[in-house]
Structure formats: structure tokens, C-alpha cells
Design a protein around this ligand. Structure first.
Ligand code: NAP
Ligand code: ZN
Length: 349
């Protein structure tokens, strides 16, 4: 089945309308009419071939929400009309230790929502900047937010789970001091979620103009990271710093803010490496530096349910498909509060 989509034919070309094929739903598949899809900074990295191995044409998008259109004969959990989401994972090996633990995100056979091998034409997966997607039921998430919030739920499928998973892994809760570095799509969700989990939240931004907004999002304090005095006031005080920055920067400036046994987790994935941290900043206080990649399916459902219960959604700016290229430019300038979401109805006709 041919559906309308938006994608790029090469890393140095803008995205444009194109058509892609979706398979007919198999016995365990769910066919979804996509209503909205968030624009993640990873989409930009991938479609501009900043990370290696982009296959073209590339249709990005892994913050997908919509309604079930049809289900395969063996699908019990979903029915046509259900509100559902698809995040960054559309398949995995289903039998390794990671899959058994519900951590499909760490399965060596994980298939991402776009740019991963698939038997479907053209040989690699195509994402949510499209009218429909067909996915095995195991990777379909249930949305329990009110339908009016559907567009603002889309970014939870990547920005939400990518920040929720490390916050839970490092046991963030009341009594913990948590820093969130970079107030973009991921960072603004990190602030909301850490606040809802009961932590004392400090937002770090390079943009003085985001100071007030960060407090509105739920930060208890805001630090403009270019200001050495403001930074020094928080020396050796954090349990966890969640770093979402999409560009190489000085990691040591944040490591020294961790207390003994504190951890900084990197989720930002810049195209070029950071300068190595000074190991003495790790050794001296037994600090650790970690990474984290999205989250498993069960944890993504847990996060969606947590957000529905606490009334948490993303702060979004809804755009038409023909505004995607402009949205990328604005995202690079930090000119977005805090996530662009595509209205996929604008892909019709
Ligand atoms: P985004 O909306 O563009 O936000 C990134 C934020 O980082 C910006 O708003 C800005 O915040 C800050 N920043 C940007 N350039 C900077 C620089 N040169 N120095 C210091 N701060 C800078 O991007 P996003 O969608 O949140 O994604 C962030 C990163 O996470 C990307 O690299 C993306 O690929 C990656 N990612 C990783 C995972 C994972 O599983 N680990 C999942 C999704 C995305 P301020 O204006 O507040 O400084
Ligand atoms: Zn993403």
C-alpha cells in the first residue's frame, strides 16, 4: 500500500513530499493512521547523515501517535479506533536477555522506527513523517491521555521515555537533587518528569531567555551555564545530572557539580565527540559518567501511564509537513518551545 510521506533523498537535500510502501498487516501487526509525529533532534542528525549509515530516501519520525486502522488475525490487545503510539522501536529479536528483561532498546537486534533493516521495501524502515505505519503488536503503546492532548503526547514517545528511563534507573525521587542540562525537547520533559517524581530540579541552559520558562516547566532553580559564578554555587551538590545537549561541550564543567558517588548520564548524541573528561573529576569523588538510550516497551508504557496520571504532556508547536525544513533550522537555533509536532493530516492530497 502506498502512503504519502515527507523525507529526503540525500543528506544535503531538504525533505520533500514522497510516497512509501507499507506492508499489509500480518497476523500480529497493527496498522495505524498517524495523526501526529514529533520532530526529534535525532531525526535531523539522521536525515542529514550526521551519524553514519543513513539510507536514502530517509523518512524520519519516531514520536508517533494515532488511531488503529486495522489489526491482524492474532492481535488481541488492540482494536480499530484505539489511540496508540509508536516510539523508536518497531522490532527486536524477542528472545535475548535484553528482550526478556523488557529492555528491547538494548537488544542487538533492535530495529529502529527508521533507517534499520527490514524485509519490507525499500529494505530499511521508514518513520512517522507519513500517513500510516504497520508495526508488530509488541511495540505498540496504549495512550490513556484525553484525545484533545494527542498532539502533545507524541513527544513522550521519545523525549519522554529517554528522560524518564535514566531518572528511574538512578532512583530519582524526593530528597534527590537533579540537574537537567539543555532545555530543548528532551530537557523540558526531563524537568517535568524529575519534578513529578519529587526531586529538587535545577535546569541548566545556555539561553538566558529560557530562565523564566524553565521555572514554569517545574524547575526549582535555573543556572545559565555560561555564568561561572552561578555554576560554582552548585559545586559538589548533585545526585544526578541528566545531560541532553545535542553538541560537544565541556563535560567537566558539570562533573564537578556532582557530589560523592554522583552520576552524570549523557543522552544527547552529538555528531562529533566530546573532548574526554578529566578523569580526576571522576576519581576524586567516585563519580560516574553514563549513557542511556530511550527505554524498553514496558517502561515506555509505564511512562505514558505516569504522564496520563499526572497530567503531563509536552509543550509543543504544531506545524504542517511543508514546515519541517524550517522547523529543523529553528531547532538548530534553539528557537522552539519545546517540541515541533507535525500535523500528519497535512500530508494528504
Ligand atoms: P533539541 O530540542 O535541539 O535540544 C537540545 C538543547 O541542547 C538545546 O535546546 C539547547 O538548550 C542545548 N544546546 C544545543 N546546542 C548547544 C551547545 N552547543 N552547547 C550547549 N548547549 C546546547 O534536541 P533534543 O531533541 O532534545 O535532542 C537532544 C539530543 O539528544 C540530540 O543529540 C538527540 O539526537 C539526542 N537523543 C538521544 C536519545 C537517546 O536515546 N539517548 C533519544 C533522543 C534524542 P539550551 O538553549 O537550554 O542551552
Ligand atoms: Zn528521538
Amino acid at each position: 500500500m502506498l502512503v504519502n510521506a515527507y523525507g529526503a533523498h540525500a543528506g544535503d537535500q531538504p525533505l520533500e513530499p514522497l510516497q512509501i510502501t507499507r506492508r499489509a498487516p500480518g497476523a500480529h501487526d497493527v496498522q495505524i493512521d498517524i495523526a501526529f509525529c514529533g520532530i526529534c533532534h535525532s531525526d535531523l542528525h539522521q536525515v542529514r547523515a550526521e551519524w553514519h549509515g543513513t539510507q536514502f530516501p530517509c523518512v524520519p519520525g519516531h514520536e508517533i501517535v494515532g488511531r488503529v486502522a486495522a489489526v491482524g488475525t492474532h492481535v488481541d490487545g488492540f482494536r480499530p479506533g484505539d489511540l496508540v503510539g509508536i516510539g523508536c522501536i518497531v522490532d527486536s529479536c524477542k528472545h535475548c536477555a535484553d528482550c526478556d528483561d523488557g529492555l528491547e532498546n538494548y537488544c542487538d537486534g533492535m530495529i529502529g522506527t527508521y533507517n534499520f533493516p527490514t524485509p519490507d521495501a525499500p529494505g530499511w524502515t521508514q518513520g512517522g513523517y507519513s500517513q500510516q505505519i504497520v508495526v508488530h503488536e509488541r511495540y505498540v503503546l496504549r495512550i490513556r491521555h484525553p484525545e484533545e492532548q494527542l498532539a502533545a503526547v507524541a513527544p513522550l514517545l521519545c523525549a519522554g521515555i529517554t528522560t524518564y528511563s535514566p531518572l528511574r534507573h538512578w532512583q530519582v525521587g524526593p530528597g534527590k537533587k537533579v540537574g537537567v542540562v539543555g532545555i530543548g525537547g528532551l530537557g523540558h520533559m526531563g524537568i517535568k518528569l524529575a519534578h513529578a517524581l519529587g526531586a529538587h530540579v535545577v535546569a541548566f541552559t545556555t539561553s538566558d531567555s529560557k530562565r523564566e520558562a524553565a521555572l514554569q516547566l517545574g524547575a526549582d532553580e535555573v543556572v545559565v551555564s555560561r555564568n561561572a559564578e552561578e555554576m560554582a554555587a552548585h559545586a559538589k551538590s548533585f545526585d544526578l545530572i541528566l545531560n541532553t545537549v545535542a553538541a560537544p561541550h565541556d563535560l567537566d564543567a558539570f562533573l564537578v557539580l556532582l557530589k560523592r558517588d554522583g552520576n552524570m548520564t549523557l543522552v544527547g548524541a552529538p555528531a562529533t565527540p566530546h573532548a574526554s573528561p578529566n578523569v580526576f573529576n571522576l576519581i576524586m569523588k567516585r563519580r560516574t559518567l553514563a549513557g542511556s538510550m530511550i527505554g524498553g516497551i514496558a517502561e515506555t508504557q509505564e511512562m505514558l501511564d505516569f504522564c496520563a496520571e499526572h497530567g503531563i504532556v509536552s509543550d509543543i508547536e504544531l506545524v504542517r509537513a511543508d514546515q519541517i525544513n524550517e522547523s529543523y533550522e529553528r531547532m538548530l537555533k534553539g528557537d522552539v518551545k519545546y517540541r515541533f509536532v507535525i500535523d500528519n493530516a497535512t500530508l494528504a492530497g
